[in-house]
Design a protein. Structure first.
Lengths: 114, 113
């Protein structure tokens, strides 16, 4: 069974619009870690954030913010006032404490038009 | 210098050829991983190694083999490449502490004709 679901395949916005990427995960572990990675057109994977299952505080980093809700098994990512440089594929991933492997979602392609 | 390096960065080969992709890291991590990325499928784990003497299959290991030559080096081999192994391949490392944050190399784009 897929552990991480990113239902949005592609999102296209105009610059300065906000965009929210959905991530729903599935695990039976009580201890786990959630991640977001960015893959720009150049292809490398850029780490954005890690959140552990015991920390449900939302986090903001510049124009990026993350909303972690255990009740709905979701870890959503919002880009505020999007810019062309935000155009990339974004991956959500899950690591269970007893496993230490990363399970990735299929990714969401974000295109920001000028 | 990059902490995780992969060679080659791009490779075009023919069906049936043997190919080796190499990964080196300077982070001092014990754990190393090989993933492949296909459009619409995200990254899928091929093999992983928690130390030099430990090799484990991931979810899509068929057609691949690996070698952990040293703590810092982890190679992926395709003994007889086939076209559906055309993909972007990533090496990653992590340490033993909780959280399993993985550090990725720049990727190797492999095309099998």
């Amino acid at each position: 069974a897929q552990k991480v679901t990113q239902a949005q395949t592609e999102i296209s916005v105009v610059e300065k619009e906000d965009v929210t990427l959905d991530c729903v995960y599935e695990t039976r572990d009580t201890t786990y870690y959630l991640f977001w990675y960015k893959q720009p057109p150049s292809g490398e994977l850029v780490f954005l954030i890690r959140r552990n299952s015991f920390d449900e505080q939302n986090e903001i980093s510049g124009r990026y913010s993350w909303n972690f809700q255990k009740s709905t098994s979701s870890f959503n990512f919002t880009i505020t006032a999007s810019q062309v440089v935000d155009s990339a594929v974004y991956f959500c991933a899950l690591s269970e404490a007893n496993d230490y492997k990363l399970s990735f979602g299929a990714g969401t392609t974000v295109t920001v038009r000028a | 210098d990059a902490d995780v390096t992969q060679t080659p960065r791009n490779r075009i080969t023919k069906t049936g050829k043997r190919i080796m992709l190499e990964c080196s890291q300077t982070k001092g991590h014990d754990r190393m991983y090989w993933y492949r990325q296909d459009p619409g499928l995200g990254l899928r784990l091929i093999y992983y190694s928690f130390d030099v003497k430990d090799i484990n299959k991931g979810e899509i290991s068929d057609g691949y083999s690996v070698s952990r030559q040293a703590q810092a080096k982890f190679s992926l081999s395709l003994e007889s490449a086939i076209p559906n192994q055309t993909a972007l391949y990533f090496c990653a490392t992590s340490d033993w502490t909780g959280g399993n944050e993985q550090f990725f190399g720049p990727g190797t784009r492999l095309t099998v004709l």
